[in-house]
Design a protein around this ligand. Structure first.
Ligand code: FES
Length: 125
């Protein structure tokens, strides 16, 4: 009988339990802290989609993206910095103004009324 070994090549990741759904703005952003890191969380009510990114805008290193304006460009969700309106894709983190700097984005999931953010490798890995 042939046997198969299944190897999981995906590193374990840590889902940070951020807060209950009600704690977040609808059609806007909010800021949560994880180990001294500020993460902006965005809720698009029309599509009930959630996104997360670093809170710091890389243009002038300001902690402001959670107060940015959310919307989309050709269906791609984005946030515009409230200070000088640089826009970033919330899917890729890419700067949509054609400049080189980008932002870190994080996967988000909602389970049993709580918002979780995938903050990367689990500890010990
Ligand atoms: S600080 Fe965000 S666009 Fe300037």
């Amino acid at each position: 009988m042939e046997s198969h070994v299944i190897t999981n090549t995906q590193p374990a990741t840590h889902w940070f339990k951020a807060a209950p759904v009600e704690a977040f703005s609808v059609n806007g952003g909010a800021c949560v802290q994880y180990k001294g890191m500020q993460i902006a969380v965005y809720h698009f009510k029309a599509t009930n989609e959630w996104y997360a990114s670093q809170n710091m805008c890389p243009h002038k290193m300001q902690m402001v993206l959670s107060r940015g304006l959310i919307g989309d460009t050709c269906g791609e969700p984005k946030v515009a910095c409230p200070l000088h309106k640089r826009s970033f894709s919330l899917v890729t983190g890419q700067n949509l103004n054609g400049e080189e700097y980008a932002i870190q984005v994080y996967p988000v999931k909602v389970e049993e009324g709580f918002v979780y953010i995938n903050v990367g490798p689990a500890e010990g890995h």
